[in-house]
Design a binder for this molecule. Structure first.
Ligand SMILES: [Ca+2]
Length: 377
């Protein structure tokens, strides 16, 4: 019937059909091109490193990015220390408007808007957690706040834990969900070294909480959020394939540390440092001796713990093999100060530079998020 009908209606219908077909083809092409170009400006495809590209810039002209995490669709959320939470949409790229410009952030010294963590069940609850410094009663404190992502905004702030001692330096600030679904939080000694040894103080600790801020029943000290103590200024957390927790820590004038964290243990600050040991105190697995790494964020990938180096302007890799740990150093002075390293869902490493934090020498593109192919290091 159709073929016969077309013959009957003649040339006019044929012309309309041809024009319609051309319009459809052109529109499809535009949609495809637009989609493709958006993907290119967003996250470079995972195979773009083929042929020798070690590093790809994912975002430029940022202001002191401190932490990042991934949403289930592969988009990235990250903090900028002055108080912004921003989104790199997997299709549209870096959005000019922040998801949130936080009020009440005390951006002083090393403090400000620091850690960020996406809830493991984000697809169901849309929860995103941040750690930030704030001012109260003339002093500085830190807290973790949970938001709900609604469209392209973060709404309904809920304080998960507050009153963590703060200072212009030594605020800790890394937050991450562990494989056990608990939220782990690093806190600094807030420039009061002895507080790291005080079991009743939240400073100089790694804390462990349920996602609503309550204390898990299986924490090492009943009723306390304290998971480990004796830390000076830990800023990196990563779990290896065996579920073991590793943490990086800024030492005093060098003696930076990589520690294997076990519940209830005391990591020694300020009683021991460097190679020193003492009964009841844990020595680091590796430490920097007279060198300064200034280690911050950490990530596990390919059997190694990677960690970012600020003063050292390097990406470190603690290679774990046959029960020994060997340190390798990568990208020295390639990108300046490195604040964090995160393993992406594509198994690439994502680095955050920190060249605009007042201690670096920024280039025209700084600060940046850079994707690294770990297979090419
Ligand atoms: Ca220590």
């Amino acid at each position: 019937m159709g073929r016969r009908g077309m013959k009957i209606t003649g040339k006019k219908t044929t012309s309309i059909l041809v024009i319609a077909a051309i319009v459809i083809v052109v529109l499809s092409g535009l949609v495809w091109w637009n989609f493709r170009s958006q993907r290119v400006t967003a996250l470079p495809p995972a195979d773009s490193g083929a042929g020798g590209t070690l590093a790809t810039s994912v975002a430029v002209n940022l202001e002191i990015p401190w932490a990042l995490d991934f949403l289930p669709d592969g988009s990235l959320v990250f903090t900028e220390r002055p108080g912004r939470v921003r989104l790199i949409d997997v299709r549209e790229g870096l959005l000019p408007e922040p998801l949130l410009t936080m009020t009440g952030v005390a951006h002083r010294g090393e403090g400000g808007l620091l850690g960020i963590a996406v809830h493991p069940a984000f697809a169901g609850n849309q929860f995103i957690y941040v750690y930030h410094t704030y001012e109260e009663g003339g002093g500085l404190l830190n807290r973790v706040v949970r938001f709900k992502m609604q469209g392209r905004r973060l709404v309904e702030p809920e304080i998960i834990i507050g009153g963590i001692p703060g200072a212009s330096n030594h605020n800790g600030g890394r937050i991450k969900f562990g494989p056990d679904g608990r939220l782990y939080i690093t806190t600094g000694d807030a420039q009061v070294p002895d507080s790291a040894q005080d079991p009743d103080s939240l400073s100089g600790k790694i804390l462990r909480l349920n996602d609503d801020g309550t204390v898990p029943a299986d924490n090492p000290f009943p009723g306390s959020p304290v998971y480990s103590s004796g830390h000076r200024n830990p800023q990196g957390l990563a779990w290896d394939s065996g579920g073991r927790l590793w943490a990086t820590e800024h030492g005093a004038a060098a003696t930076d540390e990589l520690n294997l964290i076990e519940p209830g243990k005391n990591y020694g600050w300020p009683v021991i440092r460097g190679e020193e040991t003492a009964a009841g105190l844990e020595a680091p697995v590796i430490q920097s001796g007279s060198e300064t790494w200034a280690p911050s964020g950490a990530a596990f990938a390919g059997g190694s713990i990677f960690f970012a180096g600020l003063r050292s302007q390097s990406l470190f890799e603690a290679v774990m093999k046959d029960g020994t740990v060997t340190l390798r150093r990568h990208l020295e002075r390639n990108f300046g100060r490195i604040r964090a390293v995160v393993t992406g869902p594509d198994t690439f490493l994502y680095l955050l530079t920190s060249n605009r934090d007042g201690r670096g020498v920024p280039t025209a593109d700084d600060d940046q998020i850079i994707r690294i192919d770990p297979g090419k290091l």
